[in-house]
Design a protein around this ligand. Structure first.
Ligand code: G3H
Length: 482
């Protein structure tokens, strides 16, 4: 019932200036599970994008004039609707992005929690008073009142793998801090994302405060990112697109979470019984389609001789198949994605890697694959597969492991498994990545942790409080006495 308004038959509508409106053309969204058509996503034109952003501009200042508590109450209403409708949204999410149903349900409820925590933490954000006379006694008569103000219109661009969570983690802090938001979901995942928008809208957002931009990336992408009324872009997606955004957007602040090649470094004294489930879950969860997936194992000394058989054993039990049966490995988002992963495996095999797999493939459903004795001349050693394949690289000592881990264009996260705390901390200090996990898999959550990448893995910091700070700018008002 709640979602009837966002559809016209099987075609979905755009949400612009407080109204759900049909577009002239739509793009069919097919399920990666079985190719079934799930609905038509609105294919907006550049003029429609301009109209959407114009309504965001008009709505922003009145929205910012409301109290933070008032904005927060509206977001909380939206979160409540999201929670109440979690089963229906999770169902569509499962069909649309082929993530296991349990994780889809969790994504929706986790997002309601995230919005709630965003509002709570936003209420605790206070300005500060900075006194003069510190560096120079003659400035004692000056006092700075430092406050947080919105940027204006934020462009939020979310990826296919978390259409609800990674959308709300951008939209909620931006709105709470008084920005309006033009929201561009990834094409695959957009139908689910429109459900999130509907929940937020029904929470009581004034017209124009949140608008959707959907359509062919080649049509709307360059246009929206270079739009003069966009004041900040918060993007999650590939490094390639992130680099285009950085080039095309001019001098505006960017928050970007991009690709990764997260290593799991296995030190000689590691507890392998503990490490194996982390490696399996980290590498193969959602078929490896997570920027924070473990994308390479770097085994020190003779560790690999003991680790690889254990991984092989564990891999035999990995459930694979239909997302509604809650397996670990599900069909990849597209056949193109599966072909790419396959090409990396083929290249590694041709160059001498030992490949362990059932070898089974059904369309875009790839079975988990382990490649041992991977060397740096193989693309799998440095490319990001975004699929269920895990390379093992063998090194002779810890220093070599650190050097190999850092010899990457990416620096999102890393895991280190070992028993000696001093060594663990020493390795963590030397690794060039945003987050280092000690004796645990790489992952973003919980949502209040800072989430960031170095090098080509990103710019800026996300995570509830950090996202609130990133979505607002400091403004200093200086009082001169006497
Ligand atoms: O794909 C990128 C996501 O930020 C990864 O999030 O670690 O919760 O799976 P996750």
């Amino acid at each position: 019932m709640l979602f009837d308004a966002i559809r016209n038959g099987t075609n979905y509508k755009k949400y612009v200036n407080g109204a759900w409106q049909a577009t002239q053309t739509t793009i069919p969204i097919l399920s990666p599970i079985d190719g079934a058509e799930l609905g038509g996503m609105p294919a907006m034109t550049r003029t429609e994008v301009d109209d959407a952003i114009a309504s965001c501009v008009a709505a922003q200042k009145p929205w910012a004039r409301k109290s933070l508590y008032e904005r927060g109450d509206i977001l909380l209403q939206g979160a409540q609707l999201l929670r109440a409708n979690a089963p229906e949204i999770a169902d569509l999410l499962t069909r649309e992005i082929a993530k296991d149903h349990k994780s889809c349900l969790l994504e929706v409820t986790r997002t309601a929690d995230l919005i709630q925590a965003t509002v709570e933490q936003g209420k605790a954000l206070v300005g500060e008073v900075v006194q003069g006379g510190v560096l120079d006694a003659d400035t004692r008569h000056k006092t700075a009142l430092v406050t947080r103000v919105p940027y204006g219109v934020v462009l939020a661009v979310s990826p296919f793998n978390y259409p609800i969570n990674l959308a709300a983690s951008k939209i909620a802090p931006a709105l709470l801090m008084g920005n309006s938001v033009a929201f561009k979901p990834s094409t695959q995942g957009s139908l689910s994302a429109l459900h999130l928008v509907r929940c937020l809208e029904q929470g009581g957002l004034p017209a124009g405060v949140l608008c959707t931009i959907t359509g062919e990336g080649s049509v709307v992408g360059p246009h929206m990112m270079a739009h003069p009324d966009i004041a900040l872009i918060n993007f999650t997606g590939s490094t390639g697109v992130g680099q285009k955004i950085a080039k095309g957007s001019g001098m505006i602040p960017l928050v970007m979470e991009l690709g990764g090649k997260d290593p799991a470094i296995i030190l000689p004294d590691a507890d392998l019984a503990r490490a194996v489930p982390h490696i399996i879950g980290g590498a193969f969860g959602y078929a490896g389609q997570r920027c924070t997936a473990i994308k390479r194992v770097i085994a020190v000394g003779d560790t690999a001789d003991r680790l690889v058989p254990l991984l092989q054993q564990a891999m035999a039990d990995i459930p694979v198949g239909n997302p509604f049966d809650d397996p670990l490995v599900t069909p990849l988002i597209s056949k193109k994605a599966a072909d790419y992963v396959q090409s990396l495996i083929d290249d590694a095999r041709a160059k001498g890697a030992d490949v362990y797999t059932t070898g089974k493939r059904q369309g875009n459903l790839l079975y988990p694959t382990l490649c041992d004795h991977v060397t740096e001349d193989m693309a799998l050693a440095h490319e990001e597969p975004f699929g269920p394949v895990l390379p093992v690289l063998r090194v002779s000592d810890t220093a070599e492991a650190v050097a190999l881990a850092n010899r990457s264009e990416y620096g999102l996260q890393a895991s280190v498994f070992g028993r000696d705390v001093d060594v663990l901390l020493d390795v963590a200090e030397q690794l060039d990545a945003g987050t280092i996990n000690l004796n645990g898999k790489t992952e973003r959550g919980p949502d209040n942790f800072p989430f960031l990448g170095t090098k080509n893995s990103g710019i800026g910091v996300q995570g509830i409080r950090y996202a609130l700070e990133a979505s607002s700018q400091l403004k200093s008002i200086v009082i001169h006495r006497g």
